[in-house]
Design a protein around this ligand. Structure first.
Ligand code: FES
Length: 281
């Protein structure tokens, strides 16, 4: 059982959990993730440790409230409560080498995963520029990134009355593409890296591709076990079937079958909506 040492909302719909998990804190490396099962018979959700302390034995997860399980965690779990199970660390660590100048992009909560990787890249001698693309109320880790990398840029916009996901996605893509184009032309990075929703990753990749720059993406298809057994996280990369949990999560953006990934990501949208409605009823 994993005790919640601290819990607080750090941006709209984004809740920070500091959790006692010594065996994970000792082993985890930037780029890896954990699979959390908060409740008996509950859904398993993949989450990225954002910060950790191997001596004190804690990890920090930031949970974006987007469906029944993440809402239930926020409603039913408080400081001092225990999380049923956390498996990990899982996945491959991000490659820790000198690339030169790196543009590391996080769209929405993707910035949570970018943070530890960007910080580690900067620490080993890369010049890292981070870009966070999100609506204003969901901007997070701004100060932490400003302290960790060479330059941190935020592209945000206010949420207007009645704005739904289609309108938000459109703003994210339009503003994100324009800023990425500007940064590529000004900064001329050696590598672009991105974490975010698959549709947003594809849209940003379209811009990067025009400049022929190398781009790595951390993929987040639907995951269940996180150990290569269930096949839920299947993606096609370079014409071959890969499992994001054991072969990734990082892949060459030029090799990813984006249309398949985006289609598979929406498989359970109706079921997820129904589960949330039932929980709220
Ligand atoms: Fe089951 Fe990757 S999550 S195979």
């Amino acid at each position: 059982m994993y005790e919640i040492l601290e819990k607080r909302e750090i941006a709209a719909k984004n809740v920070l959990y500091k959790i006692h998990a010594p065996h994970i804190a000792r082993k985890v490396q930037p780029g890896q993730f954990v699979v959390v099962r908060a409740f008996e018979n509950g859904e398993r959700i993949p989450l990225t440790p954002v910060m950790w302390d191997p001596e004190e034995g804690w990890i920090i997860l930031v949970v974006f409230i987007r469906g029944k399980t993440t809402l239930r965690m926020n409603v039913e779990l408080k400081e001092g409560d225990k999380i049923l199970n956390i498996a990990g660390p899982l996945g491959n660590p991000a490659p820790m080498k000198k690339f030169g100048k790196i543009l590391a992009i996080g769209m929405m909560t993707g910035i949570v995963e970018v943070y530890p990787i960007a910080k580690a890249w900067q620490e080993i001698g890369n010049e890292v520029i981070t870009l966070h693309i999100a609506p204003e109320p969901m901007v997070l880790l701004k100060e932490e990134l400003e302290n960790a990398v060479s330059k941190h840029v935020v592209v945000s916009f206010p949420l207007r009355e009645g704005m739904g996901m289609p309108e938000i996605s459109k703003e994210l893509v339009t503003r994100g593409q324009a800023k990425v184009r500007e940064l590529i032309e000004k900064e001329k990075p050696d590598l672009v890296f991105m974490v975010g929703p698959a549709g947003g990753q594809k849209a940003i990749f379209e811009v990067v591709k025009e400049y022929g720059m190398p781009m790595e993406v951390d993929l987040h298809p639907i995951m269940v076990d996180g150990t290569g057994m269930c096949g839920a996280c299947r993606v096609t990369v370079g014409g071959e079937v890969k499992f994001a949990c054991v072969d990734g999560p990082s892949f060459d953006a030029y090799e990813v079958n984006w249309d398949e990934l985006i289609a598979r990501s929406g498989f359970y949208t109706d079921l997820e909506r129904k589960a949330l409605e039932d929980y709220l009823a």
